[in-house]
Design a protein around this ligand. Structure first.
Ligand code: ZN
Length: 290
């Protein structure tokens, strides 16, 4: 498969300046920049090899992180599986960015030495009603969501929370899912919505029209009608697919698809639901401008 055939093409930004850039970091990870402000979502640069994931505890690769990430004013965590959260405490310590995530994400950060002033427990904050937070030019909204049932279409891998974690590093299975969130980022008049797993919870997500949907491809076949459900709730003008890459290989090895992700079929499903929708991919570290 040639990824260039599926590149997401967006209209030129033209005089709609200053622009917003969205850079794919691999897995469900993104860097969103506007001016000199930077927001990260689910950044996972370590990309530990499969054997290490299976056999030993996991630790962030600081050199891989600093090669690709230099700044973060905010760091959003959609859920706490290792391929979403492993690098977050280290990045928070390096950048002093504020971490937004579940109780599990908050616990993990606290255990790993992130100062309390840098940690927001979104789960707790949502209990007191709609939760909107502003960080620099970014306005953040969180919506309770769900994880796709990746295991035989029936079970979420590593369910449960990380609230009992009292030291790191832990093994892959110790990074239990925790509460799952969809996040909307509004910046400079644009709206970007991140779904870090191929599932959503309509009852927690009022309909909206977003400029760009960052959609997790991994597990999409396990979730009934996820494409039409996401489109009807979020009415995106464009869709950038994520989490289809083989994240057991380092970024420097190039962009390879996960076995079984069936990207062309997924893109066809989007076009079947909405013929003129712009939907596609970027290579690892590729960028689109809004
Ligand atoms: Zn996951």
């Amino acid at each position: 498969m040639l990824f260039a055939d599926y590149a997401l093409e967006l209209p030129a930004v033209g005089d709609r300046t200053p622009a917003v850039s969205v850079r794919w970091l691999g897995t469900a990870g993104f860097e969103i920049r506007h001016g000199d402000a930077t927001l990260l979502i689910d950044p996972y640069l370590t990309r530990a090899p499969l054997a290490r994931c299976a056999l030993s505890t996991l630790a962030p690769d600081i050199s891989a992180i600093t090669r690709h990430v230099s700044r973060a004013d905010a760091i959003l965590v959609g859920h706490t599986h290792f391929d979403h959260v492993l690098d977050v405490p280290a990045i928070a310590r390096l950048t002093r960015g504020i971490v937004f995530g579940s109780r599990s994400a908050a616990r993990l950060c606290a255990v790993d030495g992130v100062p309390p002033a840098q940690i927001r427990d979104v789960e707790g904050l949502l209990r007191s009603g709609t939760y909107v937070e502003t960080v620099g030019p970014f306005e953040l909204r969180f919506f309770p969501s769900a994880h796709s049932k990746l295991i035989l279409g029936r079970r979420v891998p590593w369910e449960g929370e990380i609230v009992d974690c009292d030291e790191v590093p832990v093994r892959m299975g110790g990074y239990r899912c925790g509460a799952v969130f969809g996040a909307e980022i509004r910046v400079a008049g644009r709206s970007i919505f991140h779904l870090g797993s191929a599932e959503l919870v309509e009852s927690s997500l009022p309909p909206r029209e977003v400029d760009l949907l960052l959609f997790c491809a991994a597990g999409w076949q396990s979730t009934p009608r996820v494409v039409t459900r996401a489109l009807s709730r979020l009415s995106p003008r464009a869709v950038l697919l994520s989490h289809w890459d083989d994240f057991f290989k380092p970024i420097e090895r190039g962009t390879h698809a996960l076995p079984g992700v069936q990207l062309p079929r997924l893109i066809d499903a989007f076009h079947a639901a909405s013929r003129d929708l712009r939907v596609g991919v970027t290579p690892l570290l590729g960028e689109v401008m809004l």
